[in-house]
Every structure is written in C-alpha cells, then in structure tokens.
Design a protein around this ligand. Structure first.
Ligand code: 13P
Ligand code: SF4
Length: 316
C-alpha cells in the first residue's frame, strides 16, 4: 500500500496510515470532536501517561499539548512521538521556566518539590514527584506531615490540594488561562436557573468558582461523575471539549458549559485547538513534528514521573 496517496476520506486515510506505521493515537478530552473520534484512547493526563508508558506501538501520535507529548517521550524514549502542532503549548508550562524555578527552589531550602504534569521536561527534572489533577492530593500525602513542600506551577490546583489535605505548601504563582476565565457571576445565575443541576468543575478553576461546585475532579473524574450521578443536568466548568465524550456516554443528560467572562470562546483552550484532523494526518504521514528530549533531562525527569506512576516515593 502506498500510504502517500491522499484519500478522499481523511478518517479512512488516518486509519490506513495508522496501520502502516504501527501507530497509536492518544487524544486528550479537550481535543476537537473529530480527533477524539479517530483516537485509540481518549483520556485525562494520568490515563494518557499510563497509555504512553504501556503501548507497544512504534509511533505515538499525541493529540494534546507539548508537555503531554514530551511526557510520552520521557516514558517511551525509543518510540517516535509526534504532536500535530508543535506550537500547542500551555499557559502553565510557559509561565514556569526552569531557570526561574531553580531559583525558586533555591530560595526555599529543605522543601521537596511536587510538580503538576503541566510543566516542561526541564521543570520535571527539578522535581521530586509529579502529579496530575486526578492524584495531586494523594501525591502530597506521600510525604511526611512535617515535610515542607513546594507545589508548582498551578496555584489554583495547589490551593485546592491545600484545602483537601490541610497541608500548607509554597505555591508557584501559575494559572491556566482557560480555567481562570470562568465567570462566577454567570455560574451562579445558571445555578439559580437550573436548581436540578450539579455543578462539576476542574481544580484548575479559581477558589471563588470552585466554592460553587458539587463535584471537583480531573477531566476523567468529571466524565465518570456525569455517567454515574443520577441528576439529569450538569453545569460543566472546564474546557468545553470534554462535553463530546460526556454527551456520548450520557446521551439523555443535559450538559451546560459554564460561561467565561465576556462573550469570547475562552472556555476552549487555544493551545489544544491548534491541533486539527488535517495536521494529525500530516503528522502520521511525515512522522513530524517529532518530540525530542535531551537524554540527561529525560533521565532526570523520568524519576519523579516513575514515582507518580508507582505511587511510591522510593520508586525510580
Ligand atoms: P486533566 O486531563 O488531567 O484533568 O488535565 C486538564 C488539563 O488542563 C490538561 O491540560
Ligand atoms: Fe494548559 Fe489550561 Fe490549555 Fe490545559 S486547558 S493545556 S492547563 S492552558
């Protein structure tokens, strides 16, 4: 089969190329619906990392943002990892450069470092353990109660984990540009209009928004809440891409995306949405853009990631 002959149907072309390349497509819930529909696995950051570590495919097409594809490369260095758009970044990762983070750590001697997976490989390499939004409180609890901790780079997730665990931590002052934009005023208006609804929110949201939530969790945890909770209506306070899987899994439930401030489409992550089905096809065809991580950084970043996956600080 000549995989370079363009097909009329992009879905078919991607399926053929995937077979020819022995590739797997991993997609985050915030990707556009078509990308979710061609993916072999759609998941949250933790699930995607676990899949990237376990796959026996030769090529991983990572439909997500740069730090996610980089994490896949750290975990599976001998595989080709491609990201449909190399510019798909993240406001959290971008606002925490490794040199400034090193200075921050130096200014807090005796502290252990927990970094949210939304950071660069170089920042992971400076960390003791990585967490995702689904396991952040559990990772904090791995440390003895008297161990001083730094939590980076999301101050909203960090503050949420502080409330959950009762642990004081030094927080790096980063935020997600999507989750900090939800309007508390409009959320309360929606709640009043839909008293039957459950409000579900991602912990990257600001505390004044999270205080109105009936359930807080990672994207995968929010999805399973919608499936399992008996309520008919859900106000969803996270990036709107997740509604695609929620609606598929719970077709009879009413899902209302929480509105951002102003009239923008700011509840869509501009980084995630850089990826398109066409760019995914080209990435599979050309095996570019490929993710590379310098070996010394990769080896150092692997240790805190392995501790997270093993849920054990002694691992790695
Ligand atoms: P989770 O999928 O882990 O909930 O993370 C959300 C996110 O913002 C990823 O960028
Ligand atoms: Fe980063 Fe926020 Fe986009 Fe997730 S939604 S990739 S945290 S900017």
């Amino acid at each position: 089969m000549d995989v370079r002959i363009p097909h009329a149907d992009l879905f078919e072309a991607i399926a053929d190329l995937k077979k020819a390349r022995n590739a797997i497509i991993l997609a985050h819930y915030y990707q556009e619906a078509d990308i979710q529909d061609v993916a072999d696995y759609v998941g949250d950051s933790l699930g995607l990392s676990q899949q990237a570590a376990a796959t026996d495919a030769d090529v991983i097409v990572f439909a997500g943002v740069h730090f996610m594809a980089e994490t896949a490369k750290i975990l599976s260095p001998h595989k080709t990892v491609v990201l449909p758009d190399l510019e798909a970044g993240c406001s959290l990762a971008d606002a925490c450069p490794a040199d400034r983070f090193q200075a921050f750590i130096d200014a807090h001697p005796g502290h252990k470092v927990i970094s949210y997976v939304n950071c660069s490989a170089a920042v992971k390499a400076l960390s003791d353990v990585i967490c995702t939004s689904s396991n952040a409180a559990d990772m904090v609890r791995l440390f003895p109660a008297d161990q001083p901790l730094i939590f980076a780079p999301d101050k909203n997730l960090g503050a949420y984990v502080q409330r959950e665990t009762g642990r004081e931590m030094v927080l790096w002052p980063g935020t997600c540009q999507v989750h900090e934009i939800f309007s508390e005023k409009k959320l309360v208006q929606l709640k009043v209009r839909h008293p039957e609804a459950a409000v579900i929110a991602h912990p990257e949201c600001e505390p004044h928004v999270l205080q109105h939530a009936d359930h807080i969790g990672s994207t995968a945890q929010l999805l399973s809440f919608v499936v399992n909770d008996p309520r008919p209506t859900f106000i969803v306070v996270t990036e709107a891409g997740i509604l695609h899987q929620m609606q598929k899994a719970a077709p009879h439930k009413l899902l209302i995306p929480a509105p951002p401030e102003g009239n923008c489409a700011c509840n869509e992550c501009p980084h995630m949405r850089r990826n398109t089905l066409e760019k995914l096809y080209l990435a599979l065809l050309n095996l570019r853009p490929a993710i590379e991580v310098p070996e010394a950084v990769r080896v150092a970043a692997l240790k805190p990631l392995a501790r997270m996956l093993a849920r054990d600080l002694a691992a790695a």
